[in-house]
Write a protein that binds this ligand. Structure first.
Ligand code: IPE
Ligand code: IPE
Ligand code: MG
Length: 244
């Protein structure tokens, strides 16, 4: 069953922050550098942000790293991104583990190279018991596909006679999402000035607060994260109710 947030509805540090890390290529383009350089700096921003999240007491940090739609990019660029992921997993896991970070991946693993799947599995198992910060990486992830798969599982339970169709409620659908054991993100930040959600956590963001910043992902800093949290603290979350 999905945990209910124990944190106040506003003011404090959000328990779960999700970030749509966007703008790597524009960062490189602005400097006359190859795209790969933008993605490499993006990986540095990931390191900085994970550290800052841990220090700021964020309990769950979800980073959108690669969407299902991103498979449509040129093979060379995909290879560069996967290369950076390999490097990150090989170089960072020991330190993340020492710092109490649990790493987990959400998305369609069947599309990933087998060696990446192994690296992911090893890092998940190694850090499973850590409780300081859950670093959730959305990789080969698409929210519509996640919801569609959940529906498919529910339908097969109904066909098998294990579930009565009339008994299906939102919690039963939620139980089949990758995020079934995490609170919903209170805050979703998107960098690079784009104001869209690009197939990210559609179900889970029903009551998220959104912050769009013009900062390109490779430039994203601890200060930017702190500012986002401050802005979040000034929002009034009503969940459809009145506060009169
Ligand atoms: C984000 O930066 C990284 C991924 C989506 C993989 P982009 O590569 O989308 O860079 P822009 O948005 O085109 O500048
Ligand atoms: C969204 O960024 C996906 C990730 C950040 C991983 P994109 O750059 O792929 O999204 P669009 O194409 O601008 O919507
Ligand atoms: Mg982009």
């Amino acid at each position: 069953m999905k945990p209910v947030s124990t944190q106040p509805e506003s003011n404090g540090t959000p328990e779960h922050v999700a970030i749509i890390m966007d703008g790597n290529r524009r960062w490189a383009e602005a400097r006359g550098l190859p795209r790969a350089a933008g993605h490499a700096q993006g990986a540095e921003a990931v390191r900085r942000t994970v550290k800052a999240a841990r220090q700021l007491g964020i309990r769950y940090l979800t980073l959108y790293g690669f969407s299902l739609e991103n498979w449509k990019r040129p093979a060379r660029e995909i290879a560069d991104l996967m290369g950076l992921l390999r490097l990150y997993l090989r170089k960072e896991i020991d330190e993340l583990h020492r710092e109490g970070v649990r790493i987990r991946f959400i998305g369609d693993r069947s599309l990933l190279e087998p060696d990446i799947v192994s690296l992911i599995e090893v890092s998940e198992v190694k850090t499973e018991a850590n409780t300081k910060l859950d670093l959730v990486v959305a990789l080969s992830y698409g929210s519509r596909q996640e919801i569609t798969n959940a529906v498919r599982k529910l339908v097969s339970d109904v066909v098998a006679g294990d579930v009565d169709a009339d008994s299906i409620d939102e919690h039963m659908l939620e139980a089949h999402l990758y995020t079934s054991d995490m609170p919903d993100p209170a805050l979703i930040v998107r960098t690079s000035g784009e104001k869209r959600i690009s197939n990210f956590l559609l179900w889970q963001s029903a009551y998220s607060e959104f912050i769009f910043t013009d900062v390109l992902w490779p430039d994203f800093s601890r200060e930017n994260l702190e500012e986002s949290i401050e802005q979040f603290g000034r929002r009034e979350r009503r969940y459809g109710a009145t506060n009169a």
